[in-house]
Ligand binder design. Structure first.
Ligand code: ADP
Length: 489
């Protein structure tokens, strides 16, 4: 399967600005490779500051017509987009697998999840409510209106090349905003395929604009988006390091930001846990997308009474279930890492743990499948000074630490600057409540690790971010409140 060239009318090789498929003004392009096979997928425009500037101007102009389209009509058009994305979901999933590497079944789940955001926000478009508040003065009335904020600048990552686009763009478009989006240089094709379907769905020119560029121009383009007075909000998903750079750029224009950043998720298994359920939950969350999601458990904290059982069972399951390979092959359960930078990071984290006395119970080496593959790895005897529990691994490596008391587990879990997702397994109802209330995380899984769904609010505490995506709160990012005081009555 790895040698089959995929062709689909959804594979576009141009950027999409003002409803037109365009090149960079410089004429330059950059190459995008399949991380499994290292084969060239195609070239797309390597845009620069001038290109993004013209996209911003288009989006700004279009905002003044799009915001006045009725909510009912915005909803109808978004529903068309959703229907087309459902119709083409198999091609959309293949594009995800080809550019990201994740197994096709994972890619299919991502596309369903991504599509659901379009359906959800086509519904939420019609449920934007303001308030009329009792006035303390009989001659005045107090109205609190919600209005679209303006142009939304978006920067998205490669680990969910489809769903991170729809989660942001559908919310913004539903609210009446227009969008300038720069997808990751590793995965631009999913974003462009979505533009193709948006165009067919009747989303007017200038509402959704996608600017592609190589990594070299990511910084300059990001800076223009953040500093432009014509852009009203920046929505970013990616690393905390880049999020901080963008947040700094945004200060100059006091721009609103919505940030979905890195995590360092603990998964805590108490003596009271159903260990088999915990193993199942660990497998489902740890190795999804090769361990490259911001909610992947990064640290497995296991209480001493079930520690040996957990280490042994997890090691067995990993050996049995993880099949490394090209995501297009049906048997594959573990795809490649996205690029060589990612492989080097995982290697160095595992070497660090080994050198400090950890035990590799399975894996622990790059795989001979190809340059970007790393073995599914379980490490026991991990201590808190090891880099693999201090930094986000973003790879198929499961480090296990032993703890004795609940207080110790809470301290370990909360002593980090990250606060995105945290999980625990316990069958003790008082402990369940204590833990759910104590964990300093935006998303908490109790006896469950698969939680992402459009109905729920996704977002982090602390340095994991600002704002929420999905749920009824997601659309609020793209709305401003206006207090109108009616006087002289
Ligand atoms: P990762 O390391 O997982 O790729 P990043 O935070 O580096 O995560 O990347 C997320 C997105 O941010 C990608 O689209 C990337 O191209 C983009 N990006 C990287 N550096 C910058 C920057 N300095 N300014 C704006 N965007 C950036």
């Amino acid at each position: 399967a790895s040698n089959v060239r995929f062709s689909s009318s959804l594979m576009r090789n141009n950027a999409y600005i003002n409803g037109k498929w365009v090149d960079s003004k410089s004429g330059n392009t950059f190459e995008v490779y399949n991380p499994s096979t290292q084969q060239l997928i195609g070239n797309v425009p390597d845009m620069t500051e001038t290109d993004v500037q013209s996209a911003i101007e288009t989006a700004y102009k279009t905002f003044y017509t799009w915001r006045d389209v009725t909510a009912k009509e915005r909803s109808r058009i978004l529903r068309n987009w959703y229907n087309l994305c459902v119709k083409h979901k198999d091609d959309l999933a293949k594009i995800v697998t080809i550019e990201n590497g994740k197994p096709l079944s994972d890619a299919g789940n991502e596309v369903n999840y991504g599509n659901d955001f379009i359906a959800w926000y086509s519904e939420e478009a019609r449920r934007i409510y303001g308030d009329i508040v009792s006035s303390p003065d009989p001659s005045k009335r107090i109205l609190l209106m919600k209005q679209p904020i303006g142009v939304a600048g978006m920067i998205t990552p490669w680990n969910f090349p489809n769903a991170m686009i729809t989660r942001k763009a559908a919310a913004a478009i539903a609210a009446g905003c227009t969008v300038v989006l720069r997808p990751s240089e590793d995965t631009p094709f999913s974003a462009l395929a979505l533009c193709q379907l948006a165009e067919e769905a009747g989303i007017p020119p200038g509402v959704l604009n996608v600017v592609t560029s190589s990594r070299d121009h990511a910084g300059p383009i990001g800076k223009v988006l953040c500093e432009s007075p014509l852009v009203s909000i920046i929505s970013f998903t990616g690393s905390t390091a880049v999020g901080k750079i963008l947040q700094n750029h945004c200060a100059s224009s006091m721009k609103k930001t919505s940030m979905e950043l890195g995590g360092n998720a603990p998964l805590i298994i108490f003596d009271s846990a159903n260990v088999d359920a915990a193993i199942k939950g660990t497998m489902g969350a740890k190795f999804r997308c090769g361990g490259q999601t911001c909610v992947c458990p990064n640290r497995l904290l296991v209480q001493s009474g079930v520690y040996d059982e957990y280490v042994e069972k997890l090691t067995e399951r990993v050996k049995e279930e993880m099949v490394i390979g090209d995501g297009l092959d049906k048997e594959t359960t573990l795809g490649p890492l996205i690029n060589t930078r990612a492989v080097d990071k995982v290697k160095s984290l595992v070497e660090d743990a080994k050198s400090k006395g950890a035990t590799i119970t399975t894996g622990g080496e790059p795989s001979d499948q190809g340059r970007h593959f790393y073995q599914a790895t379980v490490i026991s005897d991990v201590t808190n000074d090891m880099r693999c529990v201090q930094e986000e691994i973003f790879g198929p490596v499961a480090p296990i630490m032993k703890f004795e008391t609940e207080e110790e587990a809470i301290a370990l879990a909360n002593t980090t600057t990250s606060g995105l997702a945290g999980y625990f397994y316990s069958e003790n109802i008082s402990q369940v409540w204590r833990m759910a209330e104590q964990l300093e995380y935006g998303i908490v899984g109790v006896n469950e690790t698969l939680m992402s769904t459009v109905e729920a609010a996704f977002g982090g505490w602390k340095e994991s971010g600002l704002g929420r995506e999905g749920s009824k709160y997601g659309i609020e990012e793209y709305l401003e409140i206006k207090y109108v005081c009616m006087g002289g009555l």
